[in-house]
Ligand binder design. Structure first.
Ligand code: SF4
Ligand code: SF4
Ligand code: FES
Length: 671
């Protein structure tokens, strides 16, 4: 999902190149101005994805500024006002020719050097051969691409030059293999001569070159596109917090609202400015340059068994920050402490945050009181109480024991023992199939409502994360389009899981030309990448249909087996109404303009003269009907009955109509 970026307006100025006045981007490098105007000059140390370093001098041009002329290297000379440039004067041509001949003398058989020599008019063998002449066609020509790639793509400094003059050579620290090298192959990717050969195939994949080629593509995209799309390398997944708030889909106060005035107190701007200290590749995947995991180092804990200790916090991820918003605790110090203790106690920050947000709403609504919480004032924003609750859970004490059991059991308890209204608890208790909701507010995305509640394992978005596609980009306008997405994406994501692959290289940073694809939402270029990776490892070519069939076998098997736990029929795929629309007057009125408009435009109902409770009911009727139609359409697309159970004919088609499985589904085949 590339995050929204605002481009500064481009400032252009007039410059004179070879006597002709042309327009150029102010402060861009002269080489790009020349390229924009179709003027070609030779380059060697320049690479389009790397910071220029001006070492080869081949791109030298003559620049005149306020009457003074001098030679500069175009690749790193910034374009300013009033410059006149000569790119092919006799002196310049002579200068380049001499350089090219010297390079040819040192590396006579390297194709890229031969090409440059030819371009610069070197026609005879070089006069500069010496004992340093290297006949290897794949010799290192000291361009420095690899050094910069390691630094700029991977934030490492594993490669550098040592020695002076003709003894200059590429090396790793102390001339030894550096253990920090993750084998990302970025250096090999940018090397113009093929001098770098990465040898590390300890698990003996079928075709290491195929894997490298496609891995290098991903690393190059990360290096060049991430900074304008997601900033994963800079701040990790937390980059999305402010985007969620901007689109009103950050869960706040138990999913009542989609944003809050205090979001800047936990957003990624603050994290990157003052907190995140680790910007290194994580090593969870050898060779991955995304470096999505971040840490806060030297964080001093204020509570709990490690109070006063300075620790490293592994995170925060965006869902942890969103869980904190959901509890109304807009305080980055709390976020770090919550994150640390959840990790330390082995608690999932999502289920934890969603459960506590539910408890907070129950407290504010009077469903529970201090006598139930052990004296804690568990209102939204009660960060000290949240931490105390976590410590209680970890110790197995007090109210923490109850909260630790999750929303499904809390709803039963609050209704049975404290006389709470079960219908209200059902509406606001954000769980399906016993699992708490992930941290997106899906009220305005029917497809995401399905993405959560129809998921086999419960409302996590590992199956279908469609909220931006549906609500923001409007790519799923019909029930059929939503159902197709709810068919395809769970299978695609199941396939990741089956193969133990990370999802982030699929859709966080997308190829620059993704918009040209027929189905851009699928990021087809990256799907092809994964298929090539699969083939490179296994030696088995794979296409989209094979992938879908592989996943569908597992997916349908999982659904059938969930019948054993009574968690796999239509009744289990219905979300709490809070995920579909406003439950309370406060919620409706906070977005009254939006909801009133929908009543008018979608339901042809004039909201004037109706009180909020009436409007809530009218809207609810419509939204629940829409969801029901969605369920029918999705089940049809999946080859399931109206009750959401795989048809025996579908199991046969997939070759998984084993007697044990057929036995599970046969009593649910009525349609
Ligand atoms: S493989 Fe990656 S980490 Fe290792 S030296 Fe090359 S660029 Fe650096
Ligand atoms: S190894 Fe390749 S990229 Fe690195 S300096 Fe040598 S030629 Fe350039
Ligand atoms: S390309 Fe400009 S100095 Fe090498």
């Amino acid at each position: 999902m590339g995050s929204a970026t605002t481009k500064k307006p481009e400032k252009r100025i007039d410059i004179t190149i070879n006597g002709k006045t042309v327009s150029a981007r102010k402060d861009s490098f002269l080489l790009s101005a020349l390229k924009e105007n179709s003027i070609n000059i030779p380059t060697l140390c320049h690479h389009k994805d790397l910071t220029p370093n001006g070492t080869c001098r081949l791109c030298t041009v003559e620049v005149e500024v306020r009457g003074k002329k001098r030679f500069v290297t175009a690749c790193n000379y910034p374009v300013r006002d009033e410059i006149k440039i000569e790119t092919h004067s006799p002196a310049i041509l002579e200068h380049r020719k001499l350089l090219a001949e010297m390079y040819l003398g040192r590396w006579p058989n390297v194709p890229v050097i031969q090409d440059i020599a030819k371009t610069c008019g070197v026609t005879a063998p070089s006069r500069f051969t010496s004992e340093m002449t290297d006949p290897n066609p794949k010799a290192c020509i000291l361009c420095g691409h690899c050094v910069r790639a390691c630094k700029e793509f991977m934030m490492e400094e594993i490669l550098d030059f040592a020695g002076r003059g003709i003894k200059r050579h590429l090396t790793m620290p102390f001339g030894e293999m550096d253990k920090h090298c993750v084998g990302c192959t970025s250096c090999a990717y940018v090397c113009p001569t093929g001098a770098i050969n990465i040898v590390d195939d300890f698990n003996r994949p079928h075709n290491p070159d195929m894997i490298r080629d496609h891995g290098m593509k991903v690393n190059a995209e990360m290096a060049t596109l991430d900074k304008n799309q997601c900033c994963m390398r800079e701040v990790g997944t937390a980059n999305i917090v402010e985007v969620m708030a901007a689109y009103d889909l950050l869960p706040v106060h138990n999913y009542k609202f989609g944003t809050h005035v205090d979001v800047p107190k936990i957003d990624s701007m603050l994290l990157r400015k003052k907190y995140i200290t680790q910007n290194l590749p994580d090593g969870c995947w050898k060779g991955c340059s995304m470096a999505c995991a971040k840490t806060i180092d030297n964080f001093e804990l204020k509570t709990g068994p490690y109070k006063g200790h300075k620790v490293t916090v592994d995170g925060p991820e965006y869902e942890t920050a969103a869980a904190v918003a959901n509890m109304g605790c807009f305080d980055v110090e709390f976020l770090a402490e919550f994150n640390f203790y959840a990790d330390t106690y082995g608690m999932d920050t999502i289920s934890l945050g969603t459960t506590i947000a539910f408890v907070m709403e129950c407290f504010e609504a009077g469903v529970i009181g201090k006598k139930h919480t052990g004296g804690m004032e568990l209102k939204f924003g009660a960060s000290a109480e949240v931490l105390e609750l976590m410590h209680q859970m970890a110790r197995g004490e007090g109210f923490g024991i109850e909260v630790g059991q999750g929303i499904l059991r809390l709803k039963q308890k609050f209704a049975k023992e404290y006389g709470a209204d079960p219908a209200f608890l059902k509406d606001i208790g954000m769980e399906v199939k016993g699992l708490e909701y992930s941290e997106y507010l899906p009220k305005e995305s029917l497809a995401q409502q399905g993405g959560y509640a129809l998921a086999i394992k419960g409302p996590q978005h590992d199956e279908a994360w469609l909220i931006f596609m549906d609500m923001v980009n409007k790519q799923l306008p019909t029930f059929e389009a939503k159902a197709e997405a709810l068919y395809y994406f769970p299978l695609w994501r199941t396939w990741f899981g089956l193969n133990g692959l990370c999802k982030l290289c699929w859709n966080d940073v997308v190829p620059a030309d993704n918009f040209k694809e027929n189905e851009p939402a699928k990021i087809p270029g990256h799907v092809r990448n994964y298929f090539k990776f699969f083939e490179g490892v296994t030696g088995i070519p794979i296409d989209e249909q094979t992938m879908l069939d592989q996943s569908a076998r597992v997916y349908n098997l999982q659904r059938a087996m969930s019948l054993m736990f009574d968690k796999a029929t239509r009744k289990d795929d219905v979300p709490p109404y809070r995920s579909m629309g406003p439950v309370t007057v406060e919620e409706y009125e906070s977005r009254a303009e939006r909801y009133d408009k929908q009543l008018k435009e979608l339901q042809n109902i004039n909201p004037a003269g109706k009180n909020t409770e009436e409007k809530i009911q009218l809207l609810r009727k419509y939204r629940e009907e829409q969801y029901s139609i969605l369920m029918d359409t999705v089940y049809r697309r999946k080859g399931w009955t109206k009750n959401g159970v795989p048809k025996i004919s579908r199991l046969k088609e997939l070759g998984i109509d084993l007697p044990e499985i057929v036995k599970l589904v046969e009593k649910h085949q009525e349609d």
